[in-house]
Each structure stands twice: as structure tokens, then as C-alpha cells.
Design a protein around this ligand. Structure first.
Ligand code: FAD
Length: 336
């Protein structure tokens, strides 16, 4: 295994993921987290991306505290393709040598990070849910669930750089802290003959796509809701409160909600202002996706349900009685 001269590497880089001219929210979440890590490392936060027209993202990137924005623009990068993205990003990383590279654990990010880390011969921790700096060694501590979510493993990469992690969307809050940043435009000579794949057509998947991370209030139904029809009580309360509805995996597996609304380790990670867990036991894999909500309200008929250990407020009762009452009360109070 090769070892890099780690003293040559500095600053934290965050990948700015974009599609159809829009930046993925996870990039802003990671820029926010990177600012916190940068204080411990005494370094700067920089953003980077490649694409056809990406300079347009500079204002958003600087709004979230990136002091520099490294970009490569080329028509070949218009749509995501692993190889040209990989080669141009590897070029940037080898030239500027960031100490840490953070990428969103999206479908694109997961594909990209693995291939970059392989070429750079460095370590990558995929799908992390926590990032810290070791106060002694200054290594990045990357934590992720393992063994089916029953254990949390903290992984670090002491000998090679950059230290790479993909992080789940929704784990960190995106908080603005504007700076006056600088755009650094690089050119990369693509060996176009090397890229044999071509995008012939893009077909947008039909169906409900819900980004639960955008909502301040989430009402979530579990197996305790009893049936698909009863999920309407969850939806009604969410509507009255101006939030959205979600579900546990068991409710999803029962066919009561689409997978796109699942919260938890194999669903989405959320941190709304209010999370109302209805008929959800509080299994570790569910809790992994909602534990950082500001206020957690649990409704469960079992006073011993583990969800109560986590809840800010607990209601011991039957969801089928409690939910309609809550909806009626909020309707009256909010004049709806
Ligand atoms: P249950 O555990 O069956 O709990 C139902 C609860 O409802 C009970 O506490 C019961 O007391 C209460 N209840 C019943 N009737 C009523 C009523 N009328 N009124 C009030 N309360 C009532 N789970 C997730 O949610 N998200 C994930 O992403 C996820 N990923 C997983 C990944 C792996 C690898 C594995 C192994 C599991 C995963 N799970 C996940 C599943 C998880 O372990 C639990 O099985 C699941 O969260 C349980 O869902 P639940 O709380 O809705 O159901």
C-alpha cells in the first residue's frame, strides 16, 4: 500500500453536485459541516465541481462559506458520466492536494467517490452519518452504521490523502455564512477517444419523489397504524400542520407508503423542527434517520416502547384515537 506525504495536503474540499442547473442540497449541508471541521484543522473550506456551465453556482457556494470554488467547464461534462468526471476531478485533486474531500452519498456521489478514491489510491468511507476531527492526530473520524445498523464504526485514514467520505443527505443542516470567494477555473485536456460510452437519451423516472429533508414538520406512521387506509390520519395531520408525511420501513414493506417516504438507515435521514412518530416502536434503524429532529413527539400505546426514551413529548394512547383529535384541535387553533 502506498503512503502519501500527508504534509503536502491542506484544506477541506466539498463536491458541488448539480443536475439540470440546480445544486443538490447535500452540497450545502456538507459545506456547513466542513466549516465546523475546518476550525479544528485550522484550514479553509473550498468547493469544487465540473460540468458544462458551473460557474453560475458560485454565489450559492460562497453563501455557504466556501473561500474558493475550483471548476472545470467542458461540454463533455454536460451530463454525468463516470469517466470524464473522474479524470477531471482527479486532475484537480492531484494539483491542489486537499486534505479532506467530502461528497454527498447520492447515487451520483457514491459512484463518483469510489472511482476517484481508487485512482488516487486513498481511503474512502462511504455513507457516513458523523464526521469529527481527532484532537490528537487531526485525522478525520468518519462514522457509519455497520453490521446491519447494529454497530457504529468510526474509520480513519492515517497514511493517505485526501481523506474521503461520502455523507448521507439530510444528516447536517445547511446554514448560510456568506464569504467573498474566488473562482479558480482550470482546463483539462480530455482524451475523448478514451470515452466509449455515450448518453443516447435521458428518461426521467415518473412517480413521487419526496425530499423529506426540506420539511420542518414530519408526521411519520409506523406499523402501529394498522392498515394502509389508516395512514390517512398521518397525512391529514401533516397537511394541517403544513408539513409532510413519512413512514417506517415496516409500514413501507406492508405497502402502506412508498419507499420514497421511508425514514431511517435505509431510507432518508431527516432533522425537522418537529417529528411526530405515530405507532413507531423506535428501532435503532429508524432512529438513525430521525434522532436529530429538534422536537420528537411519540404516540404509542405501549408505554415501554423504546421511542419514548428519545421523545421530547410522549403520548401513551391509540393512534387511531389520538391522531384525529390532534388534527381537529390544530384545525381549530390554526383556523383551517
Ligand atoms: P413495529 O416495530 O412493529 O412497532 C409498531 C409500534 O406501534 C409498537 O411500538 C406498538 O406498540 C405500536 N402500536 C401498535 N398499535 C398501536 C396503536 N393502535 N396505537 C399506538 N401505537 C400502536 N426501519 C425503519 O423504519 N427505517 C429504516 O430505514 C430501516 N432500515 C433497516 C435496515 C436494516 C438492515 C434492518 C435489519 C432493519 C431496518 N429497519 C428500518 C427495520 C427496523 O428494524 C424495524 O423493524 C422497523 O423500524 C419497525 O417499524 P415500526 O416501528 O413501524 O413497527
Amino acid at each position: 500500500m502506498i503512503k502519501h506525504d500527508i504534509s503536502k495536503y491542506k484544506h477541506i474540499w466539498v463536491f458541488v453536485e448539480h443536475e439540470n442547473g440546480e445544486v443538490a442540497r447535500v452540497s450545502f449541508e456538507l459545506l456547513t459541516k466542513a466549516r465546523e471541521l475546518a476550525k479544528d484543522l485550522d484550514c479553509e473550506v473550498h468547493a469544487f465541481t465540473v460540468g458544462d456551465k458551473v460557474e453560475q453556482f458560485k454565489d450559492e457556494v460562497f453563501k455557504y462559506g466556501a473561500k474558493k470554488f475550483f471548476i472545470i467547464e467542458d461540454p463533455i461534462l454536460k451530463d454525468y458520466m463516470t469517466e470524464p468526471y473522474r479524470d477531471s476531478i482527479v486532475y484537480l485533486i492531484e494539483k491542489y492536494k486537499p486534505e479532506v474531500v467530502l461528497i454527498g452519498a447520492t447515487t451520483l456521489g457514491r459512484d463518483l467517490a469510489g472511482t476517484i478514491a481508487t485512482v488516487l489510491q486513498t481511503g474512502l468511507t462511504a455513507d457516513t452519518t458523523a464526521l469529527d476531527i481527532d484532537p490528537k492526530t487531526k485525522n478525520l473520524l468518519m462514522t457509519r452504521p455497520t453490521f446491519g445498523g447494529n454497530l457504529m464504526a468510526t474509520i480513519f485514514c492515517p497514511d493517505n490523502r485526501p481523506q474521503m467520505s461520502t455523507s448521507r443527505p439530510g444528516v447536517y443542516k445547511a446554514i448560510e455564512e456568506p464569504v467573498k470567494g474566488e473562482v479558480i477555473k482550470e482546463k483539462f485536456e480530455f482524451d475523448k477517444a478514451k470515452y466509449t460510452k455515450k448518453i443516447l437519451e435521458k428518461i426521467i423516472e415518473e412517480g413521487e419523489k419526496v425530499n423529506l429533508g426540506f420539511y420542518d414538520i414530519i408526521v411519520s406512521g409506523g406499523f402501529g397504524m394498522g392498515s394502509k387506509e389508516n395512514m390517512k390520519f398521518v397525512q391529514e395531520l401533516a397537511d394541517v400542520l403544513g408539513g409532510t408525511w413519512a413512514a417506517s420501513r415496516k409500514a413501507v414493506q406492508a405497502g402502506w407508503a412508498p419507499q420514497t417516504r421511508q425514514v431511517g438507515q435505509t431510507g432518508q435521514t431527516v432533522h425537522p423542527k418537529i417529528y411526530i412518530a405515530c405507532g413507531i416502536s423506535g428501532a435503532i434503524q429508524h432512529v438513525a434517520g430521525m434522532k436529530s429532529s429538534d422536537v420528537i413527539i411519540a404516540i404509542n400505546k405501549d408505554p415501554e416502547a423504546p421511542i419514548f426514551e428519545l421523545a421530547t413529548y410522549g403520548i401513551v394512547g391509540d393512534v387511531l384515537e389520538v391522531l384525529p383529535k390532534m388534527t381537529k384541535m390544530f384545525k381549530e387553533k390554526l383556523g383551517k
